[in-house]
Design a protein around this ligand. Sequence first.
Ligand code: KQY
Length: 368
Amino acid sequence: MSKNILSTPREDGFRMPGEFEKHEGCWMIWPERTDNWRLGAKPAQAAFIEVAKVISKYEPVTMCVSDKQYNVARELLPSDIRVIEVSSDDAWMRDVGPTFVINDTGDLRAVDWRFNAWGGLLDGLYFPWDKDDKIARKVANVENLDYYKLESFILEGGSIHVDGEGTCIVTEACLLDESRNPDLSKEEIETYLKDYLNVSKIIWLKNGIYLDETNEHVDNIIHYCAPGVVALAWTDDETDPQYDYSKAAYEILSNEMDSKGRCIEVVKLHIPDHVIVTKEEADGVDSVDGTLPRMEGDRQAASYANFYIANGAIILPIFGDEKHDKLAAEILQTVFPDRVIETIYAREIILGGGNIHCITQQQPDRRE
Ligand code: KQY
C-alpha cells in the first residue's frame, strides 16, 4: 500500500527527471466545469480527447473523470486510454497532479505539494479547491507509490521546470507572489525546491507570459528541452509588454550556468498573434461568483512553449496563426530531430487559461 514518507527525495536519493527522459505514461483530467469551459465544456472536451489520442500513440494515457461524466468520457475516449473515476475541481493535471521522482535503482515515488487554486482566497481562480488538492495522493494510491506529502508548502507543477541533472527554473512572479507561501523567504523556498526535486541550482526568471492568470507559470514561457537547452517564448514586438519579459528571461538564461556549470542554449519560439476572446466565446462561459470571468476582448496567454514532450513526439499547441505556428513546429523539429512534431489546434484549451503542458503530467519510466 502506498504510504506517506516523512523524509525528502533529496535525503532518499530520488530526483525529478527531465520531461525529455522516458515516460511510463501520461495523466490528464477531463474538463467539465462550465464556469471555465464554454458551451458546457464540450469544445474543451473535444480538444482534450485530441490531446489524449495523440499522446496515446506514444505512451499510455490515463484520464481522471468525475462520476458524473464517467460514462460520457469512457464512451468518447478510445479503449486504449485508461479512464478512472477521480473527483477534481478542474482539469489542470500539471498543477494538481504529483511531481514524480525516481532513483537509480528503478523506484518511483510522488511528491504531493499543497494546492490553493493559484492563489487561495487572495488571488485564486476558483473556490473551493479541496478535490484538486487530493489528486496527487490519489494518483500515487492508484499507482501504489509512496509519496512525500508537504503539509503547507504551496506549489503547482507548472511553476517548475527541471533538467533532471540538478537545475530548476522558476519565475519570481509566481513563486514569490504573496498568494503562495508568504511566510517563506526566497532562500527558504529554494530549500524546499532543492529538497523535494533534488536540485542544487535554481534559476529565477522575473516573469512569465504577460497576463498569465497563474501569476506567470514558468511552463508557459520556457521549456527544458534537454540538459543545457531551453526553449523560450519570444516576441520581436518591442511595444508588447511581453517583449521586456522575454528579453529579461533571455538575458538571465544566457548569462547563468546550470548546476553542471554549462552555459544554456536558448531557442526562441516567437509567440502567436494575440489570441483574443470573442463575444461568442465569452458568452458561452457560465458566470459564477468566485471564478475568474472570461470577458470579450481579453488577451489569452498564448505561447508555443507550453508543449508536452511525449516518448518520441512533441505535442505542440497551435493557434491558427499560420506563420508562427509553422515556425514553431520547424524550430522544435530541429531541437528534437528524433521526435515527431504533432500539432493540435489549442484555442479551446487556452480559452480555459492554460495549454497542453498544463493539462498533462508525465509519469517517468522507472526502469531506464
Ligand atoms: O496551469 C495553468 N495554466 C492552469 C490555469 C488555470 C486556469 C483556471 N481558469
